[in-house]
Every structure is written in C-alpha cells, then in structure tokens.
Design a protein around this ligand. Sequence first.
Ligand SMILES: C=C(O[C@@H]1C=C(C(=O)O)C=C[C@H]1O)C(=O)O
Length: 451
Amino acid sequence: MEQVRSTSSPPLVSRTTGIDAPPFAAAFDALPSPRTTWNAPDDALVLGSGAAATLTASGTDRFADVRAAAANLFDSGDVHAGTEAARPRLFGGFAFHEGGCEGEPWEPFPEARFVLPRVQITFADNGTWLTINATGPDASVTAVEDRLASEVDRFSGLSGISDSADRSDRPPRPGITASRRTTTREAWRESVEAAVGRIRNGDLRKVVLAQALEAGLAADFPRAATLERLAEKYPDCHRYYFEPDDGGSAFFGATPERLVALRGRTVETDALAGTTGRGETPAEDEWLARELLDDDKNVHEHELVADTVRDQLEPFAASISAGERRVRRLATVQHLHTPITAELSDDRHVLELVEALHPTPAVGGLPPDRALETIHETEPFDRGWYAAPVGWIDAAGNGAFAVAIRSAVASRRRATLFAGVGLVADSDPDREWDEVQLKYRPILDELEDDD
Ligand SMILES: C=C(O[C@@H]1C=C(C(=O)O)C=C[C@H]1O)C(=O)O
C-alpha cells in the first residue's frame, strides 16, 4: 500500500533576497495556490505559494517514505538562503488515521503531503526574505535568479498597499447561514457511555472522541483576514494553513499543542490535556485554573498523556526532563500543560519522533490500538488531518510539528470544524459535550458574524 511520488526530481536550486515587508494579506492574495502558511510563536511567519516539489505518501510507511523522499530532494541542493529562516523547508502534514482522507471534505488531501514552496516569503526578526525554489530539469540558476528579480518587483509594488492588519477595510467575518452537527446529543451520550463502560471494565484506559460541525458561510471565506485575526488572538499558538493542490479549500487552525520540535539533538514537546473554561473576571479565571489543577479526573487524564510521551521518547533519549504541571490559559479555554524536553542519544530525523509520538493519548487514547479502533468505530466522519501532525522539515532532519486541533477545512462557502475530548472512567457525557463546544470556539468565532 505504499507509494511515494515526487512531482519533480532534484537538483534543487534555491535563491533568497531581502525585501521590504509587504502587507501579509496583499501578498497572500497576490500569490497563486497551493498556498501554505506556518506561524509558530518561536519561528518566523512563512507564506508559501506553488510547489517546487510535492512529496506524498500513504500506508504504514508514510513517515519513513516522506523522510526518504525529502533526503533525496535535499541531497543535491544548490542553496543560497542568506538567512537560516529562509532555508528550504518542506511544509505539510499527515492524516490522523492510516488510510484516512476519504470523502468530503478530505478528498483533495493526501494521507501525507509535503510541499517545497516555489515562492516563499519569510517574515523573520532579522528582516523579510523572498525565496524562489526550483527542482528538476528546469531548475537552472539563471532561471531562478531571473524569477527572483521579477518577484522582487511584484512585491515591492505591494508595499504601497495599506496593511489590513491595522485597517478597517479588512473583510469582516463571513457569518454562518446554517450548521449541521455530525453527532446528535443523543448519539453523543450513547457513544460516551459506551466508551466509559469500556474504560471501567478495563478494556481501555482513555479514548478521545471528536465531533464535526458543518457550517454554510454567508459570504466567501476570507482566507487572509481569518489568518490575521487568528494570529492576533492566539499569538502563543501554532497557526497553520494548507491548501491542497487545487486550492479550492484549505485546512487551517490555531493549536496550543506542539507535538515535537527537534533542533540538533534537543527535543521539545508538550503534554496538553485536561480542560476548563475561561472566567468572566480575572478572579474567576484563577478559581477555574486552581480547580483544574486540583481535579482528580483532569489530572489523571493529563498524566496518562505526560507519562506516555515520556515513555515514547525514552528509546531515543539520553535524558528527559519534564517541567512542572501548570495551567495554560488561552482566549477560549484553559488546559493542564506539562512542558517536556529531551536530549537524544543519537542523531535522529524529526519524522522518526513524529512517528513514535503520533497519536499521543491527548488525541488518541490508551492502549493506542484499542483507542484507535474505538475512534474508528464510533466517529461518523473521517478525521482527515484533524488532530494529526502538521509542520515542517529541513535538510538537516530538524523540524517542528504541531497537533492540528482547533481546526477546520473551509472552501468558498462552507466550513467543517472538528473538536474532541479525552474520556476517562468518570467522564460525564453532558460536560464533555460542553467541552467540545468550547473547543469549536477559536474557529467558530472567526466564521460567525461580528455582531
Ligand atoms: C482533542 C482536542 O483537544 C485535546 C483534548 C484535551 C482534553 O480532552 O482536555 C485538551 C487538549 C487537547 O489535547 C481538540 O481540541 O479537538
């Protein structure tokens, strides 16, 4: 069932130059599909367009296959990046389940897909950089340098356009005409009770069940404006946006959960599980946070994740250390969070760690196989890339991946949102239902009318 496809073969030519920062939305709108954005709290904002190379894979070996195809691509690079942030990187992700991405809205999304953008703008601390990447027989240094010069002209022409980030001419939120849940309240109650029954009889320890919400949009989905608003509201989250080849839709979100970041032999990851709402006042926020830290059910749900992440890293690590469990406060919810770092005993590719960690019990469950089976049997929709790893890899095997929650697939007039909850022995269906609704908020707030 394996298959790796690279739309073009090496050599890779990459050239970068500094430019005046164009307004994000104007640059986004000027660039052709497929577009990608990656915007992590500790990284430059990257806006990519087109594909100098596309790597896709499927089946059990999809992580290893992407790694091999990436090594082949990066092997013969003629790269002048000028700055580390603009070095060639492949951006993409995986489906949650092996064999995932069947039917609407996932059809255009492969089970694994990584793109080396043809044109890339990198908004870094040390300046804004324009990069042209090319691969295959057409990739000549002269052609790439000519293209870079013409793109510089295009983007300097955009500098005069007002920046919608601080302008009232930014398109408003589209509004929702009608929405449909994949799961009725009754069906939810039954599924949660069945899962809790399996946990109580020892068949399972934890399982994460999700729902989807389909919404019709009253106006065209404002892609760039939505990304700008998410960046303003969730500066501490990883914001991601991936268009499939046809550009007809996009999978995007703002997630608080890092799956893994690898730089050299240093690994950073998060255990994030256990949820409560936000208060109306700072005092109420504090009270809710305290209650979360002291709540046995949430602490148990969280510790299953923290312990599993540590166990999964163990075979790779010379040392692992976990920070103190604390509360991570976001615009719409609060979570229990344990930061985990490790030093590897050998050089590894970030995709080896992604494969070992996905899915953590924050989005899958324990034991993993039985939890995945339960998810498959229970959820009446395909998760696609929801709750799966999204991120980037570079030539050195470094990379950063986030867990693609707080997310949706949107086309021009339609969006499908996803949200899930971790279930343990004393989970209550109604409270878990409410928690799902809270987790839709980051995306739903950007689709509903302003008033
Ligand atoms: C599955 C989701 O979130 C995950 C589940 C959590 C929980 O059950 O408390 C908390 C954070 C995430 O790890 C989601 O947002 O869809």
